[in-house]
Design a protein around this ligand. Structure first.
Ligand code: ADP
Ligand code: 5GP
Length: 206
């Protein structure tokens, strides 16, 4: 058993399928805790406060920033998004593998603060499929879709700073690959300091 849970960040172009992948990963395996972000954007149809996001006002968001309740936060296409800190730290200590589904600026801030964070980047197989998925979801106006595709171009510039690339073509294969990559992190030496200390102490007694 490694020291604590794995902190994994999942980023990717809007419409790549991150939300769909997360839902499926959590349905299949029970050691994951998905962090629920706060956002100032409005809920999409079917989204529930406290399930997909904590939907908050600009004032409430600013208060969370001021009172240092957020692990990181960033602006994305005219809205603010941030990760509540206490839940993430509690779940990691309880041994859960915690997933943050956040954009790239936030991902890099988390990596700076917690260098062992695993950075995963999800993409659709090609740009035409990405546009199809984003349009097919039917939840954003044409203008917002254009803005999100423009943002994707910027994110593509930074995607090679991530540890792993996941191409979400076949959903089932992508979920399993994500699970394998995260679970492999439990064997990292840096996540097994307690074991190292214990075996050293035991050997010293031999
Ligand atoms: P994101 O959270 O990355 O913005 P979503 O999970 O909302 O993306 O997915 C965008 C759209 O693409 C949704 O309509 C979803 O059903 C669809 N989708 C997700 N994964 C796949 C896949 N592997 N193949 C085809 N369509 C997919
Ligand atoms: P959406 O509006 O499609 O749900 O999310 C827009 C973008 O914001 C996505 O790239 C998503 O990963 C990112 N995002 C969601 N929550 C957070 C968060 O707490 N912090 C940061 N930095 N990005 C987030």
């Amino acid at each position: 058993m490694s020291d604590q849970g794995i902190l994994a960040v999942v980023s990717g172009f809007s419409g790549a399928g991150k939300g769909t992948l997360m839902k499926e990963l959590l349905r299949r395996y029970d050691n994951y805790a998905l962090s629920i972000s706060a956002t100032t954007r409005s809920p999409r149809e079917g989204e529930v406060h406290g399930r997909e996001y904590f939907f908050v006002t600009e004032e409430e968001f600013d208060r969370m920033v001021r009172e240092e309740e957020l692990l990181e936060y960033a602006r994305y296409v005219k809205h603010s998004y941030g990760t509540p800190k206490s839940y993430v730290l509690e779940q990691l200590q309880a041994g859960k593998d915690v997933i943050l589904e956040i954009e790239i600026q936030g991902a890099l801030k988390v990596k700076e603060e917690f260098p062992d964070t695993l950075l995963l980047f999800v993409s659709a197989p090609d740009a035409a499929e990405l546009r199809r998925r984003l349009t097919g979801r039917g939840s954003e106006s044409g203008e917002v879709i254009r803005e999100r595709l423009a943002r994707a171009k910027e994110e593509a510039e930074g995607m090679d700073r991530y540890d792993y690339l996941l191409i979400n073509d076949d959903l089932d294969a992508c979920v399993e690959e994500m699970h394998r990559i995260i679970q492999a992190q439990h064997a990292r030496m840096s996540n097994n300091r307690r074991f190292v200390e214990r075996i050293r102490a035991e050997l010293a007694e031999c």
